[in-house]
Ligand binder design. Sequence first.
Ligand SMILES: [Zn+2]
Ligand SMILES: [Zn+2]
Ligand SMILES: [Zn+2]
Length: 333
Amino acid sequence: MHELRKDILLGGWIAVLADSMGPSEYPGSYAQTDETSCILCPGREDETPHEITSIKKPGSKKWWVRALPSFNPVFQVEGDLGRRGLGIYDKMNSVGANEILVESPDHSVRPEDMGLEQMIRVITLYRNRISDLEKDSRLRYILIYKNSGKEAGDTFSHPHSLLMATPVIPKLVKDELDNAKQYFAYKERCVFCDIISEELRLGERVIFESKHFAAFCPYAAQFPFECWIIPKRHSCAFQEILGEEIEDLGFIFMMILKKLRKTLDNPPFNYFIHTAPNMVPRRNHWHTLGEDFHWHIEIMPRLTRTSGFEWGSGFFILPTSPENAAKYLREVG
Ligand SMILES: [Zn+2]
Ligand SMILES: [Zn+2]
Ligand SMILES: [Zn+2]
């Protein structure tokens, strides 16, 4: 089993894989998946790990979207947490889940081109997987994310997103939760709701506003052309999204991805959903969580390389201001 170790200085956790790789095993350059033998394409279902769930075409065995266990999971569903100390250090077993969320049977379609109906199925699959996994009391956090393009860590050329369920709340999420909690304790308002009303009032960083969502470049973005999509209705947990909101999210999500592609000539990107940690087994682990956190999607085009300065300081340099980035994205058709 892989092992989780806690960083005693920064408080985050890392995973150490059980089979240590030798230096020569790291690819010098990215190995592209062979397009002619894609294991995520329809027809090769027998060769993948057993499907967890899928949304099928009505009256057919053919799937629209499906969730599979990862081929090389870092986190494993079986076993207990085995929390223990080792001298001054903390560790535990890497209990959790890794899933591949296949977004389409069509190998070459891009998310922004798959059409609203299909995008709704993808978002519905995201919601269903979080709703299912939050029942497991060993799991504290479920992160859904996408890597698009090799510079963004993409490993399959077939359209897919990924899911990681972890037995600890990841450090970055914890920091966001803690800051939101402090803001709420001080002002008795959700910081994200305040951000939305401020951004919509100013308008200069807004890319698009729909009935239920706002998309904007954050004031202190870490990456140029970083975009957030956030629901206007206060809600801490993504899985509480309503049917009408799923449709609206599908629309605005595809629009923003199209705008990024057009403005930046098909950039590699990552996106992820930040939602509340699992609350089912500890509904009241802090009583304001439902009020002080607000789920959102962050989209990060990978345009610059992270340098020693960013790694060493956590201080990011933006070559394009969020105001200008939003202007470019608003203007592109
Ligand atoms: Zn494929
Ligand atoms: Zn809010
Ligand atoms: Zn966030």
